[in-house]
Design a protein around this ligand. Structure first.
Ligand code: IPE
Ligand code: IPE
Ligand code: MG
Length: 241
């Protein structure tokens, strides 16, 4: 972090809270699941756009630990959509050099979905063109609690000195231990909240809130936001001379 220019032209790591699928659908008199389907098409478009735009890491919030509170029809429709998406996209992701990984708690997910996730991770592990992280059943508080539990175990084993736990120790126990922190977090749909997404990792991220609903969010909108990021001065707490 310290070595970064204060004016970074392209964010290395962009994280997106893909919100507004439900409103997009209801606004058209359609069931909410149609909005999720339309949103999945945008995922494809944004993933394809990243390498040419200079983005090396893309993290997408697909399903939160709180999204189980929705109707069982919506939850099962979303889970079925994730499975269909992974099956239909696996070949293109593999061949286009995308390294895919998932963050979140897999224990509560359908084993068939988990199998697709682990297979895609294994099949794309050597890819380097784009690092795509999909947050599925992800919640930042869960993640930090899990990291605390695993740190406690490391301390009990004597691997870490419990009286001198550092931020680097905490970061090393998060799902994102091998990812850089996001430089830019985008949320679509006009909501200006974080909804339990990457709380630790986004401590110094820039934020962009756009009113555009996710199914309407194009690669062009994405490119415009990246361009405006280049004009921001990132200080990381310092006074720049
Ligand atoms: C985001 O769209 C997708 C998920 C949370 C899975 P929403 O479904 O939250 O859409 P709105 O916010 O109801 O419009
Ligand atoms: C955040 O959106 C989660 C995802 C985009 C997957 P929500 O729509 O679930 O967030 P809230 O409920 O408006 O805070
Ligand atoms: Mg929403």
């Amino acid at each position: 972090m310290a070595a970064k220019d204060s004016r970074q032209i392209t964010p290395q790591h962009v994280a997106i809270i893909m919100d507004g699928n439900g409103r997009w659908a209801t606004g058209r008199g359609l069931p909410r699941l149609k909005g999720h389907q339309a949103g999945a098409k945008r995922v494809r478009e944004i993933v394809r756009a990243c390498p040419d735009l200079g983005v090396r890491y893309l993290t997408l919030f697909a399903f939160s630990t709180e999204n189980w509170r929705r109707s069982s029809a919506e939850v099962s429709g979303l889970m079925a959509l994730f499975r269909r998406y992974l099956m239909s996209e696996a070949k293109e992701l593999k061949e286009s050099g995308v390294c895919v990984r998932f963050i979140g708690n897999r224990a509560a997910l359908n084993p068939k979905l988990v199998q697709l996730m682990t297979r895609l991770e294994a099949d794309t592990v050597d890819n380097t063109r784009l690092n795509l992280t999909i947050a599925l059943n992800y919640g930042a508080r869960d993640e930090i609690a899990m990291a605390a539990a695993s740190l406690a175990q490391a301390i009990a084993r004597g691997d870490i000195d419990g009286s001198a736990v550092t931020p680097a120790d905490v970061a090393a126990h998060l799902y994102t231990s091998d990812l850089p922190d996001p430089d830019l977090v985008i949320r679509t749909s006009g909501e200006t909240r974080i909804s339990n997404f990457l709380l630790w990792q986004s401590a110094y991220a820039e934020y962009e809130f756009t009113p555009i609903l996710w199914p309407d969010f194009t690669a062009g909108h994405f490119a415009d936001i990246l361009l405006s990021f280049g004009g921001r001065e990132r200080r990381f707490g310092a006074v720049l001379t």
